[in-house]
Design a binder for this molecule. Structure first.
Ligand SMILES: *Cc1c(COP(=O)(O)O)cnc(C)c1O
Length: 429
C-alpha cells in the first residue's frame, strides 16, 4: 500500500514536488492513515457501498485544487481565478453526460444525501408527499427517515417488498401511489438485490401525475458498465453516489434532462451547498474516464458474476439469501436462518478479517441494532481481482465461520486462508 499517493514523477506533475512523501511530518495522523491502508489491504471488504478507488483518483484529491473557492458553475462563478477549475468541472460534466447518456449533469454534490436534498428541493415543496421504498426493506435514510432532513421536511409514505417473493411488486406500488397521490415517486435502494422496473415506475408516476426520481447510488457503476438497465431514459431526475460501484471519489451527482438543470443547479448551489470540492470533482472526472473503458465494463460484469456465485455458494451451504439470490452486486444474507443475529454474524466475520455490516431483512423481528441479516457486496473484492473460484472459497469460509462462531480452531484456520488470499491479491501494486 505504499503507492496510494503516487510520486510526482509518475503523475508528470509540475507542482513542485509538494506531493511527495517528504511532506509528511504529522506522525500521529499519518500513522493512523497507514494503519487504515493496511487494514484495507489485509481484510476482504464486503461492505456493499464501498470500493477501492484507483491511485489516480486518490492522487487527484491530494492536490492544490482543494484550495480553490468556485461557488457557482463553469463560466459563472462568484470568485476570480476559476479558469482552470472550470476546465476540470467541464471535463467532469461532459464525461458524466456521455457515460450515462444524460442531457445534463451536476457534479458538485458533496455526497449522495446532498444530491437527494437538491433533487427534492428542485422537484417538490416542503410538506409535499413522497412515495419511496421503506427503510426496513432496503431504502436509504435520505428517503424519509424521521431524523433525516427528508423525513423532517417532506411527508414520506413507503412501499416495500412482498412477503413471499421478497421483491417489489409493481401492482402494490401502483395501488399505493393511487391511495397516497404523491408529488414525487422515488425508486432506489441501499439493500435490494433485484432490478427495479424503471419503466413501470415511470408509468405509475404518469398515472398519478407525480414526478419520478431514481436514486441509483448503489448500482451506478453497474449502469455505467452496461450490466444494469439505466434509469436515465425513464426518470425526471437521477441521483447517484460516485464512490460505490462507480469506484470514484466519495461524492454525489445529479443527472437530468436539459429543461430541469436550471432548477437542479440552483437547488444544489446556493440551495444546499456552498463552494464545490474542486479536488474531488477532478477525481470524479478521472473516475468517469476510467468507467468509459472496456476494462470497466469487464469489471462491472465480473462484480455481478461474483455476487451470483457467492450467493449460490452460501445457499449450497444451507444459508438463506433474501429473495433467493441476487441480480446485482449486493445480497442480503438471512443469518437468522442458522440461528445467528446480524450483529453476531458481523462480529464473527470481523474476527476472520471479512468486513461487512449487519442489516435488517424484510419483516425482521429483531431490532435494527441486532438485525437478522448481513449485507454483502462484491464491488470492492472484484476491484482487487477476485473471481468466481475465489467466491466459492469465500462462501465456504463465511459459512464455516457463521456455523461455528465460537470455535477458535475454525476462526484461526479461516483467518489464515483470508490472509493468504489478501496477500496474493494486493489492492495497490
Ligand atoms: C449510499 C446511498 C446514498 C447516499 O450516500 P452518502 O454519500 O453516504 O450520503 C443515497 N441513496 C442511496 C440509495 C444510497 O445507497
Amino acid at each position: 500500500m505504499t503507492d496510494t499517493i503516487p510520486s510526482t514523477d509518475t503523475l508528470g506533475s509540475s507542482t513542485g514536488g509538494f506531493r511527495s512523501k517528504d511532506v509528511r511530518t504529522d506522525d500521529a495522523v499519518w500513522a493512523s492513515i497507514a494503519r487504515e491502508e493496511k487494514r484495507q489491504q489485509d481484510q476482504l471488504e464486503l461492505i456493499a457501498s464501498e470500493n477501492h478507488a484507483s491511485p489516480e483518483v486518490i492522487a487527484a484529491m491530494g492536490t492544490a485544487l482543494t484550495n480553490k473557492y468556485a461557488e457557482g458553475y463553469p463560466g459563472r462563478r462568484y470568485y476570480g481565478g476559476c479558469e482552470f477549475v472550470d476546465e476540470v468541472e467541464d471535463l467532469a460534466r461532459d464525461r458524466a453526460r456521455e457515460l450515462f447518456g444524460s442531457e445534463r449533469a451536476n457534479v458538485q454534490p458533496h455526497s449522495g444525501t446532498q444530491a437527494n436534498m437538491a433533487a427534492f428541493m428542485a422537484l417538490i415543496d416542503p410538506g409535499d408527499k413522497v412515495l419511496a421504498m421503506s427503510l426496513d426493506h432496503g431504502g436509504h435514510l435520505s428517503h424519509g427517515h424521521p431524523k433525516n432532513f427528508s423525513g423532517v421536511f417532506y411527508e414520506f409514505h413507503s412501499y416495500g417488498v412482498e412477503k413471499g417473493t421478497e421483491r417489489v411488486d409493481m401492482d402494490q406500488v401502483r395501488d399505493q401511489a393511487k391511495a397516497v397521490r404523491p408529488k414525487l415517486l422515488l425508486a432506489g435502494a441501499s439493500a435490494y438485490s433485484r432490478p427495479l422496473d424503471f419503466a413501470a415506475f415511470a408509468e405509475i408516476a404518469r398515472e398519478v401525475d407525480a414526478l419520478l426520481m431514481v436514486d441509483m447510488a448503489h448500482i451506478a457503476g453497474l449502469v455505467a458498465g452496461g450490466v444494469h438497465e439505466s434509469p436515465v431514459p425513464h426518470a425526471d431526475v437521477v441521483t447517484l453516489t460516485t464512490h460505490k460501484t462507480l469506484r470514484g471519489p466519495r461524492g454525489g451527482m445529479i443527472l437530468c434532462p436539459k429543461d430541469r438543470i436550471v432548477k437542479i443547479n440552483s437547488a444544489l448551489f446556493p440551495g444546499g451547498q456552498g463552494g464545490p470540492l474542486m479536488h474531488v470533482i477532478a477525481a470524479k472526472a478521472i473516475a468517469f474516464r476510467e468507467a468509459q473503458q472496456d476494462s470497466f465494463k469487464a469489471y462491472a460484469a465480473q462484480v455481478v458474476r461474483n455476487a451470483s456465485v457467492l450467493a449460490d455458494t452460501l445457499t449450497e451451504h444451507g444459508i438463506r439469501i433474501v429473495s433467493g439470490g441476487t441480480d446485482n452486486h449486493v445480497m442480503l444474507v438471512d443469518v437468522g436462518s442458522i440461528g445467528l443475529s446480524g450483529a453476531a454474524a458481523e462480529d464473527a466475520l470481523h474476527r476472520v478479517d471479512i468486513t461487512c455490516n449487519k442489516n435488517l431483512i424484510p419483516f425482521d423481528e429483531r431490532p435494527p441494532m441486532e438485525a437478522s441479516g448481513v449485507r454483502l457486496g462484491t464491488a470492492a473484492i472484484t476491484t482487487r481481482g477476485l473471481d468466481e473460484g475465489d467466491m466459492k472459497s469465500l462462501g465456504g469460509w463465511i459459512a464455516e465461520t457463521l456455523k461455528a462462531p465460537e470455535d477458535e480452531a475454525v476462526i484461526g484456520r479461516v483467518r489464515g486462508a483470508v490472509a493468504e488470499l489478501t496477500g496474493r491479491k494486493p489492492i495497490y501494486h
